[in-house]
Design a protein around this ligand. Structure first.
Ligand code: NAD
Length: 392
């Protein structure tokens, strides 16, 4: 089997799907690897390093023409899609729930689309394939470091000859993989951390990291399926925002990470909450995306300073800012999935296997993933889960 890594085309994307270390492992398993020249440049992996690991360096057109499977971090853009041919596979974080039209196009092109962001995450055999977790870990770490670098104060308590600096007070909203990593990193830097999640099960994890778990009186537990949160009702959302606003005002830094699978991120920090914060405070919105974020007024990949002096960082694509680490981890995830699905040299789709059924979006000319073939549920936030930017 031949796989090809192509250059990521999304603006600002610096990650690459395989790193040289992974090429060597795939080669040892009998998989031939083609790398589009320059694909690793953004993450400082040179063509020479890939060649030394046993890859062939080719043009983008050659990669598409020769490979049985195209490996990506994100989604194929227009030109890459036009080069795909029937029977070929494409593996990446395709985010098909946010853009079902892409799934339909890939199906129509006869392409087998395999999305790493749909991997069932609680099976022990998928732990090494869990790209959402590996990238969320990186994002959580970087969010805390970015907050420390943006805040005009110290994170730790400092006692110096010139006086004492109090430690920064940080609030983390959403304590999944990214939130817990942000807490751990901020604690290591010395911040005093409080954290909140609608899933009460995370309380023990938050406390084990030395942070305080915030319990809201207005919103009950909202754990959903598969360890994820469920979407809140309109009434719950309003109560949550109102109660959170008072807590937000007391913090120097807020990091938001809240997500509900396939839905727009919930707004947790309203414009009023931003107004209630002290000048110089920093808000890092890791939910910021084209679908909106956790912070009212945040913009993806932009930093906005409000009239009252709050720096709001739209930080939905932090893994790309640590491209070497993020690519190395992602390469392990995608290689593990590939080797799992290619047991004897060819890609063998077996929908009776939970992992295959979880990740295969289109096959044999049809969209087959149940999350895309079932009717969309209404979104309590006012739109539906499966939208392509125009959430309403
Ligand atoms: P995520 O990115 O989907 O969401 C981040 C956090 O936001 C979650 O903790 C969620 O509860 C929270 N959230 C959603 N809406 C909220 C709201 N309105 N207010 C406050 N918080 C809100 O989550 P994730 O990091 O992908 O993790 C989701 C779950 O998957 C967790 O239970 C995690 O432990 C689990 N997980 C399990 C495994 C495993 O079993 N090996 C691996 C990875 C993740």
């Amino acid at each position: 089997m031949k796989v090809a890594v192509i250059k990521e085309a999304a603006p600002g994307e610096r990650r690459v799907a395989l790193v040289p270390e992974a090429v060597a492992k795939l080669r040892a398993a009998g998989v031939e690897v083609l790398i589009e020249s320059g694909a690793g440049d953004g993450a400082w992996f040179t063509d020479g390093a890939y060649a030394e690991a046993g890859a062939s360096i080719v043009s983008g057109a050659e990669a598409a023409a020769e490979a049985d499977a195209i490996l990506m971090v994100g989604r194929p853009e227009e030109r890459a899609i036009s080069r795909l041919r029937p029977g070929q596979a494409v593996l990446g974080m395709l985010a098909p729930l946010a853009d079902p039209a892409l799934a339909a196009r890939l199906a129509a092109a006869g392409v087998t689309a395999i999305s790493l962001d749909l991997i069932p995450r609680t099976l022990s055999r998928t732990q090494t394939m869990d790209a959402l977790s590996s990238q969320a870990n990186i994002a959580g770490y970087k969010a805390a470091v970015l907050a420390a670098a943006t805040l005009g104060r110290f994170f730790p308590l400092l006692i110096t000859a010139a006086g004492t600096a109090r430690p920064a007070k940080m609030l983390v909203l959403g304590t999944g993989v990214a939130g817990l990593q942000a807490i751990g990193t901020a604690r290591r830097l010395g911040a005093v951390v409080t954290a909140y999640d609608v899933r009460p099960g995370t309380k023990a994890e938050v406390e084990s990291l030395g942070a305080t778990f915030l319990e809201l009186t207005a919103v009950g537990p909202a754990a959903g399926d598969g360890g994820y949160a469920r979407a809140l009702t309109e009434e719950e959302r309003q109560s949550q925002q109102d109660e959170l606003t008072a807590h937000i005002a007391r913090h120097d830094v807020v990091i938001t990470t809240a997500q509900v699978p396939g839905r727009r991120p919930p707004v947790l920090v309203t414009a009023d909450a931003l107004k209630s914060m002290a000048a110089g405070s920093v808000v890092i919105d890791m939910g910021a995306s084209d679908l909106g974020g956790n912070v009212e007024g945040s913009r993806p990949d932009e930093t906005v300073i409000t009239e009252n002096g709050i720096t709001v960082v739209g930080a939905g694509s932090l893994p790309s800012t640590m491209p070497a680490a993020a690519s190395t981890m992602y390469a392990r995830n995608i290689s593990a999935l590939l080797l799992y699905m290619v047991p004897d040299g060819t890609l063998a789709i077996d929908l009776s296997d939970e992992v295959h059924a979880g990740v295969v979006v289109s096959h044999d000319g049809r969209v087959i993933h149940p999350a895309l073939t079932a009717p969309a549920e209404p979104d309590s936030a006012g739109g539906t889960a499966r939208v392509d930017g125009a959430a309403d």
